[in-house]
Design a protein around this ligand. Structure first.
Ligand SMILES: O=C1C[C@@H](O)[C@H](O)[C@@H](O)C1=O
Ligand SMILES: [Co+2]
Length: 300
C-alpha cells in the first residue's frame, strides 16, 4: 500500500499552552470547552490529556461534539522511588484511563530525581545521573510497562526530558539499547533534545525505528541563551519564553518532518509549547503553528 501522509500522520496540539499541570495558577481561566474549541478553530485533530481534564465519559462527550481525538497522556513514573510493582500498578490505572478515551499512546517519563519542577535547581547543569543499578531498574520496569500497555492496546512512548535521568542523546541511546523494541517506543521531542544537546537531528536519525510519538516544540535561541546564562529553573525558563510553537522559534522542522515521512511514520505529531498564556495567546500560537505546518511542511 502506498504511504499517504494525510492518513498516516495525525496532528495535535497539547493543552500545555493553555494550562500547565505543574503551575496550576497560570491559564486557570481556560476551561476544557474553551481549549477544545480553540483546537478545532486552529485546525488540529486532537490533543493530549491535561491534568485538569474530567473523567472519560465527560471527556468523550466533549471530544465527540468537536470530532476531536486523544493522542495520549503523560505518566509520571516512579520506578526507582517506588519499585516496579507499585509503579506498575499506577501505570495500569493510567492505561485503563487511556483505553477509555481511545488513546493509543502512554507518554512515560521516569520522574525519580527530576529537577523539572524544582524552584531552585539550574535546569542546564543540575540534573541527576542514574547509577548502573538505577538504569537496570528503569529498563526492567519500562519493559514491564510495555507488557501492561499491550493488554490495553496501547504503546509506551518514553519521553526524554530536560532535568531527568534520561535527557541527553547518550542517555536515550542507553535506554533504547537496554529495552525491548517490541515493548518500549520513543517519544521524540524536538525542544527537549535541542536544549539538552544543541542538536536535535542526531537523536531522530539514530532512533527513527523506535519513534512512536512526536512532540514538536520550538526553541527561541536568544531566550535559551539568556536562561542558560542566568542558570534558571525549568519553569522559569519556559515562563521566560524559551519554548514556543513551530514557526515562531529557531528550529527548522523541515528536515525532521522529511525524515519522518521518508520512514513512513504512522502516528501523531503533537505541537507542544509551554509558555505563559498571558504573554502568548494560546489560540494565536496554535494558528501560527498550523500555518507553519500547512505552508512549510505539507505544501512542499
Ligand atoms: O511532554 C511534555 C509534558 C510536560 O508535562 C513537560 O513538562 C513538557 O516539557 C513536555 O515536553
Ligand atoms: Co514533550
Amino acid at each position: 500500500m502506498t504511504y499517504d501522509v494525510s492518513k498516516a500522520i495525525k496532528w495535535g496540539i497539547a493543552p500545555i499552552g493553555w494550562r500547565n499541570d505543574d503551575i496550576p495558577s497560570i491559564g486557570k481561566d481556560n476551561n476544557l470547552q474553551q481549549l477544545l474549541s480553540d483546537i478545532v478553530v486552529s485546525g488540529f485533530q486532537g490533543t493530549e490529556v491535561g491534568g485538569f481534564f474530567p473523567e472519560p465519559q465527560k471527556l468523550n462527550y466533549e471530544l465527540n461534539l468537536r470530532r476531536l481525538q486523544i493522542a495520549g497522556q503523560w505518566f509520571s513514573s516512579f520506578i526507582i522511588r517506588d519499585g516496579i510493582e507499585k509503579a506498575s500498578a499506577a501505570f495500569e490505572e493510567h492505561c485503563k484511563f487511556l483505553q477509555a478515551v481511545h488513546a493509543p499512546i502512554a507518554v512515560v517519563s521516569e520522574q525519580t530525581y527530576t529537577i523539572q519542577t524544582s524552584d531552585t535547581a539550574n535546569i542546564f547543569t543540575d540534573k541527576h545521573h542514574f547509577t548502573d543499578q538505577e538504569w537496570d531498574e528503569v529498563c526492567t520496569g519500562l519493559n514491564h510497562y510495555g507488557e501492561i500497555a499491550a493488554k490495553y492496546g496501547i504503546k509506551v512512548a518514553y519521553h526524554h526530558h530536560m532535568g531527568t535521568g534520561i535527557q541527553t542523546k547518550a542517555e536515550t541511546d542507553r535506554l533504547m539499547a537496554n529495552t525491548d523494541p517490541k515493548l518500549v517506543g520513543l517519544l521524540y521531542d524536538t525542544g527537549h533534545i535541542a536544549v539538552s544537546d544543541g542538536d536535535y537531528l542526531s537523536l531522530l536519525e539514530a532512533h527513527i525505528d523506535r519513534i512512536v510519538h512526536v512532540h514538536f516544540k520550538d526553541v527561541r535561541f536568544d531566550k535559551e541563551k539568556e536562561c542558560r546564562q542566568k542558570g534558571l529553573t525549568f519553569q522559569n525558563s519556559f515562563l521566560n519564553g524559551m519554548f514556543t510553537v513551530p514557526g515562531d522559534g529557531d528550529l527548522d522542522f523541515k528536515p525532521v518532518f522529511q525524515k519522518l515521512v521518508e520512514h513512513q511514520y504512522q502516528g501523531w505529531i503533537v505541537v507542544e509549547a509551554e509558555q505563559d498564556p498571558a504573554k502568548a495567546n494560546p489560540l494565536e500560537m496554535a494558528q501560527i503553528a498550523q500555518k507553519y505546518i500547512q505552508n512549510e511542511l505539507l505544501a512542499k
